[in-house]
Ligand binder design. Structure first.
Ligand SMILES: Nc1ncnc2c1ncn2[C@@H]1O[C@H](COP(=O)(O)OP(=O)(O)O)[C@@H](O)[C@H]1O
Ligand SMILES: [Mg+2]
Length: 343
């Protein structure tokens, strides 16, 4: 294995400390820089020469680091530029212009996957089942198309990490729809999408590759202590609030009881979706599985959370890919990815 010069790009306030001596394992688990720490430590363990670069909105710093370090590859851990998550695509776009290889998804895949309406339109064209939906733009009159039936689920059309998503996102009448759409507009500053609410199991699938793709075992988010009447939703609280997670027994693990042919069908569907959405590197796809067996695509997450113990790396591990092997694989894929280069 070739030892590489790796430029690890990360948010400036998520630079991990040099040493974690004195931190308890609980403190480490919730450290905001855990992904950065896990990735950098692993790259070092693998024998690569890692240069960490904290970035907020300073392009010249990236250019200088590229010129001075001449990295073989950039390990892209950035999810925004200048605090704007929509600009994640521009950073890899810039790396392409500078002819620097990078890990993870390409600009087009990032752009398509971020837009929860655009990605569903593309998939619908290819006859992949998605919830019906309507978009409500900021400042426009809120009028629900007749064909769209309650209950509906209202969220930002571009935000992620369940920003602005709570139990109130599930709406059952016009008044609740209007009020939640306005909430999304005001709270996130972005357009809202209202989707058919799909009741069922919440499944996540890891996909890795550029051309030849591999999927990881189907993962499931469960509420072990959820009362019957509480709708299953991966709200911001379910994702980030330890107290909420303890209270309702929120956990994620390999999906139980899926017949072999269903898992295989999901794997094939994931590969089709990944290609249709132009993704490369690695991603996690979110689905809902109705009790009828119908599978609905919810959204694609290119460059999903990569810390040790997260869904993506856990499901890779289940398939026999250790964390070190996973990080090395992501590097290899970045080294091999061929963007269209200027002649
Ligand atoms: N159409 C829907 N039907 C049922 N649940 C949904 C729907 N859309 C979103 N959810 C719930 O909200 C969660 C977050 O929505 P998602 O579109 O994945 O946004 P994010 O990018 O914030 O993760 C999902 O994981 C799911 O639990
Ligand atoms: Mg999601």
């Amino acid at each position: 294995m070739k030892k590489l010069r790796v430029l690890a790009l990360m948010r400036d306030d998520l630079m991990p400390p040099d040493s974690i001596d004195g931190l308890s394992s609980d403190e480490l688990l919730v450290a905001p820089w855990k992904t950065e720490f896990d990735v950098v430590t692993t790259l070092n363990d693998l024998g690569h020469q890692v240069h960490q670069l904290g970035v907020y909105d300073d392009l010249p710093t990236i250019r200088k680091a590229i010129e001075e370090l001449k990295p073989h590859i950039a390990f892209n851990l950035l999810e925004a530029f200048g605090g704007v998550s929509l600009y994640d695509q521009n950073i890899v776009g810039y790396l392409e212009l500078k002819q620097v290889r990078y890990t993870g998804c390409n600009p087009k895949g990032l752009m398509i996957a971020r837009d929860k309406a655009l990605s569903k339109k593309l998939l619908a064209f290819h006859r992949i089942r998605v919830p019906d939906f309507a978009v409500f733009s900021v400042g426009r009159k809120i009028r629900k198309p007749k064909r769209l039936q309650f209950p509906l689920f209202v969220k930002s059309v571009v935000e992620d990490a369940s920003f602005g998503i709570s139990q109130a996102s599930l709406v059952r009448d016009e008044a609740a729809l209007t009020s939640r759409v306005l909430f999304v507009h005001q709270h996130t500053g972005t357009d809202a999408i209202a989707e058919e609410f799909i009741e069922g199991r919440e499944l996540y699938v890891g996909v890795i590759g550029n051309k030849r793709l591999e999927t990881f075992p189907v993962w499931e988010m469960v509420f072990d202590k959820k009362p019957e009447e509480l709708p299953l939703i991966a709200t911001a609280a379910a994702k980030w609030n330890l107290k909420y997670q303890k209270k309702w027994g929120v956990a994620s693990r390999a999906a139980k009881g899926l017949p072999e042919h269903v898992s295989e069908q999901i794997g094939r569907r994931c590969k089709r979706i990944y290609r249709i959405l132009s993704m490369s590197g690695y991603a996690r796809l979110d689905f809902r599985l109705e009790s009828s067996g119908r599978l609905y695509f919810l959204e694609a997450n290119p460059n999903p959370a990569l810390s040790f113990g997260e869904d993506f790396s856990e499901s890779a591990e289940k398939k026999g890919l250790s964390y070190n092997q996973l990080i090395q694989r992501i590097l290899n894929l970045g080294m091999r990815y061929q963007p269209i280069r200027l002649a």
